[in-house]
Design a protein around this ligand. Structure first.
Ligand SMILES: CC(C)(COP(=O)(O)OP(=O)(O)OC[C@H]1O[C@@H](n2cnc3c(N)ncnc32)[C@H](O)[C@@H]1OP(=O)(O)O)[C@@H](O)C(=O)NCCC(=O)NCCS
Length: 180
C-alpha cells in the first residue's frame, strides 16, 4: 500500500494495479473517452478493444516494462483512477521514464485523485532509479494545469498532434520533470 488518506468521507488508496483490475480499468478508459478525452481511442471504441489494451499493459508490467498504479475508493466504484510509468528506454537513457495514461473516472474528479496518483508515480520512478520524467498532454487541458501545479516544466506545443474522440485535431504540450 503506497498512500492512504481521507478524502472527505471517501478513503482513497493508491496501490499497484493487478490483473483482476482490468475490467475496472477498461471501464475508466471508456468513461474518459465518452467524456471527450483524447487518450488514444476514438468515439465508439469497442469494450473488448479496451480490455485487450489493458491486458497488453499488464503483459508489459510482467516483463518489467511499466508500472501501473490505481486509485481505489472505499465507496463504489472501487477503482476510480489510474496512471502508468513506462520504463523501457534506449540503452543510453536508463535514467529516464515516461508518465502516461493518467485517467480519473468522471464520478471522482476534482477531489485531488489525479494529484495523488502523480505524487505516487513520481515516487515509484525514484524508487526505480529514474531521474528524468517526460509526458505529453492536450494543450490547455485540466491535466496540463495539474502538471504545472506539480512543478512540471513545459517544453512546447505541437499542433494537430492527435485527434479528439470526435475526430477533430488537438494540440499537445510536452512536459518534463527532473527528480531530485
Ligand atoms: C486530467 C484528470 C486526470 C484530472 O483528474 P482529477 O482527479 O479530477 O484531478 P485533480 O482533482 O487532482 O485536479 C482537478 C481540479 O480539481 C481541483 N481540486 C483538487 N482537489 C479538490 C478538492 N478537494 N475540492 C475541490 N477542487 C479540488 C484541482 O485544483 C483542479 O482544479 P483545476 O481544474 O482548476 O486545475 C481527469 O480530468 C481525467 O481523467 N481526464 C481525462 C483523461 C485525461 O485527459 N488524462 C490526461 C492524460 S495526459
Amino acid at each position: 500500500m503506497l498512500n492512504q488518506e481521507d478524502n472527505m468521507e471517501q478513503k482513497i488508496t493508491v496501490r499497484p494495479a493487478v490483473r483482476s483490475d482490468i475490467a475496472d480499468l477498461a471501464n475508466i478508459t471508456m468513461d474518459c473517452v465518452e467524456g471527450g478525452a483524447s487518450i488514444g481511442f476514438m468515439n465508439g471504441v469497442d469494450a473488448h478493444r479496451l480490455l485487450e489494451f489493458w491486458s497488453n499493459c499488464f503483459d508489459s508490467v510482467s516483463s518489467g516494462g511499466r508500472i501501473i498504479l490505481v486509485a481505489e475508493s472505499s465507496e463504489h466504484p472501487k477503482i476510480v483512477g489510474t496512471v502508468q510509468l513506462l520504463l523501457n528506454m534506449p540503452d543510453n537513457q536508463p535514467h529516464r521514464a515516461e508518465v502516461a495514461k493518467l485517467q480519473v473516472h468522471r464520478c471522482a474528479r476534482n477531489r485531488g485523485i489525479a494529484e495523488k496518483l502523480m505524487v505516487a508515480i513520481e515516487r515509484e520512478a525514484k524508487l526505480n532509479g529514474r531521474k528524468l520524467l517526460v509526458l505529453d498532454t492536450v494543450t490547455d487541458s485540466s491535466a496540463a494545469r495539474l502538471y504545472r501545479r506539480l512543478s512540471w516544466i513545459e517544453c512546447g506545443e505541437i499542433p494537430n498532434f492527435a485527434l479528439w474522440p470526435s475526430g477533430e485535431y488537438c494540440s499537445t504540450t510536452v512536459f518534463y520533470k527532473q527528480l531530485i
